[in-house]
Design a protein around this ligand. Structure first.
Ligand code: ZN
Length: 40
């Protein structure tokens, strides 16, 4: 099983079927992650 995780807040966004265990990073739409990009 694969997992899609928000790269900013680490929230699990979605599961998908795959032959091997893997994690993909994306940005969720429920939080404000997209407006924060990577500002330090
Ligand atoms: Zn997020």
């Amino acid at each position: 099983m694969g997992t899609i995780v928000c790269q900013t807040c680490q929230a699990t966004l979605e599961y998908f079927e795959t032959e091997k265990v893997s994690t993909l990073y994306a940005k969720c739409s429920s939080c404000k992650c997209t407006s924060k990009e990577e500002k330090k």
